[in-house]
Design a protein around this ligand. Structure first.
Ligand code: 6PG
Length: 250
């Protein structure tokens, strides 16, 4: 069986993966705050990160994080009301935001109320640009998931969003409901200081194959084009997702 690249960490299961990422987030936040007043983090949507967010809010980790110095963004959002059942903001709010002492004006949900999603994307890009001045213009931690089809954030196979090399945020189509999305693009994702992918479940194994085996196939596997230029990227995967590869479990 093929080997996984060095930037992969294989964990026994989703719980072990979530604990490992929680510990790393605590470490990075502590280290960054020794140099700067604020830390920025872009949250992933979907279902995989829910356990991580719950852990970060738990007694085991919450007291180790200086929540009042975190700036919170989202890597992508479904273009629905922020209280809609499919909203990534709602998921994060319930699992984490409502349980920790983040400052309300440090939480930057993607605007989903403007009538035009392109206006919403432009507005979010302005917010990011303004707020990231407090983090030397880059997101410190970007959390990402990967779909069975290899998409990440709302960068889906064949999407016109894959070609965006200027704007940091764009309105993009999705093949599944909600079909209108707002997503960060490769330029801002690849300027991050740290990118953590969280990938769990056997259903992700084929896409992981594609990421490892055909790294140049952006249109087929958009996740493979996330490569921070001057940062660290770790793929946190569980054994089920990585079962086609040999790599010792961390
Ligand atoms: C979204 C996410 C998306 C997600 C993947 C994986 O808005 O749906 O940002 O990119 O990370 O689809 O989702 P699961 O974690 O639910 O498998």
């Amino acid at each position: 069986m093929p080997e996984l690249p060095s930037y992969f960490r294989v964990c026994q299961d989703k719980a072990a993966l979530s604990h490992a990422v929680a510990k790393e987030i605590v470490r990075i936040v502590e280290e960054t705050l020794q140099e700067r007043d604020y830390v920025s983090i872009a949250m992933a949507g979907g279902s995989t990160p829910k356990l991580l967010y719950t852990l970060l809010a738990s007694d085991e980790y919450s007291s180790s994080i200086a929540w009042e110095r975190l700036l919170v963004f989202w890597g992508d959002e479904r273009y629905v009301a922020l209280d809609h059942e499919k909203s990534n903001f709602k998921m994060t709010k319930e699992a984490l935001l409502d349980k920790v002492p983040l400052l309300p004006d440090h939480i930057f949900p993607t605007p989903t109320s403007p009538t035009n999603p392109h206006d919403a994307a432009e507005t979010y890009a302005v917010t990011l640009k303004e707020q990231l001045r407090r983090c030397d213009g880059r997101i410190d931690i970007v959390l990402l998931g990967m779909g069975d089809d290899g998409h990440t954030a709302s960068l889906f196979p064949g999407s016109p969003a894959l070609n965006e090399q200027e704007r940091m945020v764009i309105a993009a189509p999705a093949p599944v409901d909600p079909k209108q999305r707002i997503t960060l693009t490769y330029p801002i994702l690849n300027s991050a200081r740290t990118v953590f992918f969280l990938v769990s479940g056997e259903n992700k194994a084929p896409a992981l194959d594609c990421v490892v085996g055909n790294p140049s196939s952006v249109t087929v596997c958009p996740s493979s084009a996330v490569k921070p230029k001057d940062g660290t990227m770790i793929w946190w995967v569980d054994e089920a997702a990585a079962h086609r590869f040999t790599k010792e479990t961390v």
